[in-house]
Design a protein around this ligand. Sequence first.
Ligand SMILES: Nc1ncnc2c1ncn2[C@@H]1O[C@H](COP(=O)(O)OP(=O)(O)O)[C@@H](O)[C@H]1O
Ligand SMILES: [Mg+2]
Length: 355
Amino acid sequence: MTSKKEINSQWKHYGWEEKFAGVLQKPVTLSEIECLKNSRDKTSVWKLTLNSGSETVPVILKIFQQPLKENHLVEMNMYRKAYPVFQEMMPKMIWLESDVKNGEFWLFTECLEPVRGQIKLRPYHLERMIPTVAKFHALTFKNRLSDKQATLFDSWLPRYESKELTAERIQHIEKTKEYLDLAMQDPDLRKVVEPAYDIIKVILGKGPIFFPEVIEAGQCLIHGDLHIHNICCQDTSDEHNWPVQLIDWESAKYAPCWYDLVVLVELLIDFRGDWQKKEDDIRSRCVDIYNKEMAKYGIVFKEDPVKLLKMNYLQRVLEKRLLNHLRRVLNGEKSLLLKRYLEKIVVWGKELNLY
Ligand SMILES: Nc1ncnc2c1ncn2[C@@H]1O[C@H](COP(=O)(O)OP(=O)(O)O)[C@@H](O)[C@H]1O
Ligand SMILES: [Mg+2]
């Protein structure tokens, strides 16, 4: 695991002071190092404070350890290659050093202000973030890029409809069936799973695409992990539209556009018991804004947008999330979402004619 001492010594070894001075166009010295995340995970995140005269310049360092995962390469490629397309919505890369000690990649980026920490999150805050999400989606919606821009994404951007991701979905669904059976053999878990068991077994047989509408609505480059911790904003004073920037690009892919709204809105509702009294209202306001904002870019959805959100939610749960949460509880860990997933599959599955 990386330590502050090591960052200091690599800082000198690689001569980053001079390299950064070139990029930032001002002389800098390293003054402070703060650890933001350093778990057994394959990445650690640090905040470095640089001094430039009387000015301080905060910089984020994300360290990717070997063996690199595919999503680590995706994040680095977002900074290395896709930045020209999305520069408004992402921090700037300052430096990427490959092969630091045992093949680690050290990615230095601009430090932004996470939304969390600036505000006490309320449902109306989501409405201020959604216009930027729509703008971000519209840039690549249905491959609407110039040929030159499109080549930026060739060879590294995962695609929802690729052979690999399709095979992965099929595998996940098979595994979900197995885990449901295992859960039925555990007396405590059985109580949770049994009311939905028969219905979910029938539904899973219809995969891997449960709603063609999800694909038909249109795909674009999505962030893929758009929860509140990954959203930054340098100015939250505007009451209508925040200039949002996104961090943590590991899950970026070319995929159904509504997936980002599922994470941003629906998953938050799932976690926030206190928002659930007003969930219909929160959901419909958010999807309405997304729908109207997308229309500004000439993107019109044929399906009712609330229905689209629900379909995308169920598709995402059935192809992967249900499996993750079943695995968790079977390993003796807690899951705040399993019960809610099961209930929503039953209720929305009926509403959307899945069974
Ligand atoms: N560019 C940045 N500006 C400000 N804070 C950041 C930045 N990048 C990461 N962070 C902080 O570090 C945390 C973890 O970084 P992130 O890239 O999201 O890693 P993980 O994949 O572990 O979620 C973020 O939730 C955020 O608080
Ligand atoms: Mg994150």
